[in-house]
Design a protein around this ligand. Sequence first.
Ligand code: ZN
Length: 218
Amino acid sequence: MKARQIESVNNQFFTSNDHLFHFNRNFILNLDKAKSRDFYKLFIDKTHNGGQTGPKRWSEILSLNDEQWAKIFKTTRKLCKETKLKEFQFKFIHRIVVTKRELFKYGIKTDDECCFCGENDSIDHTFIHCSFTKSFIQKVIRWFNTTYNSHISPTIEEILFGITSNSNEKGIINKFNYITLFMRYFIHSRKLNNKPIDLLDFVNAVQQRHLIENNVNN
Ligand SMILES: [Zn+2]
């Protein structure tokens, strides 16, 4: 495109009187008056809700409503300081966590078998259906209840996304949500490295790094 033509296109665009951006049916943004916080708010509204693909796909197998998803998004930001855990949680919510299914699909692995049980791997298999995972999760919950003198009996939704209901025991709930987030990350990273998921290793990882004390906002 010649310089004169570009100039003409730019003039047309920037001198147009239409400064209104039709974001959706309910919202029109005046581009002349909008400040960065308005754009940020749009971004938050657009990203932090249950209407996205990841939560929608989770909702096909779990019973989590929009209100609970909003809480899950909100608590994720406060739950921990560690970038890799936040990143993992983000990927987990959006169902973009890599398992052998994806590695096989992209030709990185020669099969899609779960390295623990040999069944077809997937996100659902890794975190919900695998008998090895299920047994490990039960051990972690028993260890948690013994260690913190609690009686939490979580639903599958709470195991996967933390406890969202209001409770007087906010401190213990925060610990539970943090520990179970770390547990999912532990399962994921162990599997990718072909290492077994062992309770003692898990407890050591938690304790060595003083994860609870340093990372949970009570
Ligand atoms: Zn398995």
